[in-house]
Design a protein around this ligand. Structure first.
Ligand code: PLP
Length: 349
């Protein structure tokens, strides 16, 4: 397809939509698969970045939201609601505005990146902060949707995963086949589950010859799947994956296992190093949660779990500008100079 159309038009035959579905789109998807310039050769692999930060609201959530909001409209919903660590809220707010629906977002206390909050507010959502973490916010939102005719657009909503699986289609379309490995951050574990759906469907339809091994990464302070029990008070610099009790826990575990891959964890230090490296060496600014995939890739290579020469795709889930505050944690700083060319010369050379 040579013209931008949004994921529903582009992959209509793979999605649960009909001629009656009012398509609410901001022309999401069709994001670039960027070949690595430095890290891939350093690690001895054929590496690509799926840069999902270039979606309309700057995260992959838009793929799921075009589906969730279109179906909500088809089902005559008047309002949608979500609990969110930020990106689901930003995306829901934008697509609800586009579709003429009311949007309510419930956010955990104090841990939302400033860009994501700004997006939710400017798109006109009713934004409510609660003095609890994401998992508890989701619980009260669920209770509310049982009492009122409001559509839940968290990734419990099956249409979200249907939309998100299209990223796997795009990767196969761009590469001409599935890669050997897909490395991806894991929070609520919806996205890794969606990628597995996508790769499996493409293979079943003969559009790819294989499916990749999926390797997912949680942050060390929020790694319930890895440690095997819910985390009461999850903590990580990667706020988008600061989740203690993932909604798609079982499905994600099954997806990783079935693919021949696994789910592991990376520390905040490893995430921040990867975050800075990606921006300064590859020229790609992704948010900290996205960098978990890069940190995880390095770890997998060190541990010999990815074979040399493999074709690997790292998913960069969201744009770095969403969370400018985190750049305070990198090494590079603004230098001060007197306003003379001599003083400037001294500093530069
Ligand atoms: C939502 C999100 C994730 C985690 O995706 P899940 O489907 O919850 O596992 C990772 N990175 C970013 C930037 C996100 O917004």
């Amino acid at each position: 397809m040579d013209k931008r159309s949004g994921i529903i038009e582009r992959y209509r035959k793979f999605l649960p939509v009909s001629e009656q579905t009012p398509v609410v789109t901001l022309l999401e998807g069709d994001t670039p698969l960027i070949a690595s310039r430095s890290l891939g050769s350093e690690l001895g692999i054929d590496l690509y970045f799926k840069y999902e930060g270039l979606n309309p609201t700057c995260s992959f959530k838009d793929r799921g939201m075009t589906m969730a909001i279109s179906k909500a409209k088809e089902e005559d919903a008047i309002a949608v609601i979500c609990a969110s660590t930020g990106n689901t809220a930003a995306s829901a707010a934008a697509y609800a505005a586009r579709g003429g629906l009311r949007c309510i977002v419930v956010i955990p206390e104090g841990k939302i990146a400033v860009g994501k909050l700004a997006q939710s507010l400017v798109h006109g959502a009713t934004v409510v902060e609660v003095d609890k973490n994401f998992d508890q916010a989701l619980k009260i939102v669920l209770e509310l949707t049982e009492k009122h005719p409001i559509t839940l657009v968290n990734s419990i909503n099956a249409y979200r995963l249907e939309g998100q699986k299209t990223a796997a289609f795009e990767i196969c379309d761009d590469l001409g086949d599935a890669p050997d490995y897909l490395v991806i951050p894991v929070g609520n574990a919806g996205n890794i589950s969606a990628y597995w759906m996508g790769f499996s469907e493409y293979k079943k339809d003969g559009l790819s010859s294989k499916s990749p091994k999926l390797i997912g990464f949680q942050a060390a302070g929020a790694a319930p799947i890895v440690v095997g029990h819910p985390i009461e008070a999850p903590e990580t610099v990667a706020t988008a994956i600061r989740i203690g009790n993932p909604v798609r826990w079982e499905q994600a575990n099954d997806a990783a296992k079935e693919s021949g891959g696994y789910i592991d964890l990376v520390t905040d230090r490893e995430i921040l190093d990867a975050y800075e490296m990606l921006a300064s060496k590859e020229g790609i600014f992704a948010e900290p949660a996205s960098a978990a995939s890069i940190a995880g890739l390095r770890k997998s290579i060190q541990e010999g779990k990815i074979t040399g020469g493999s074709r690997v795709v790292c998913v960069l889930t969201g744009h770095g500008l969403k969370d400018p505050t985190t750049t305070r944690l990198i090494k590079n700083k603004v230098l001060q100079s007197e306003a003379t060319s001599e003083a400037l010369e001294k500093i530069i050379f």
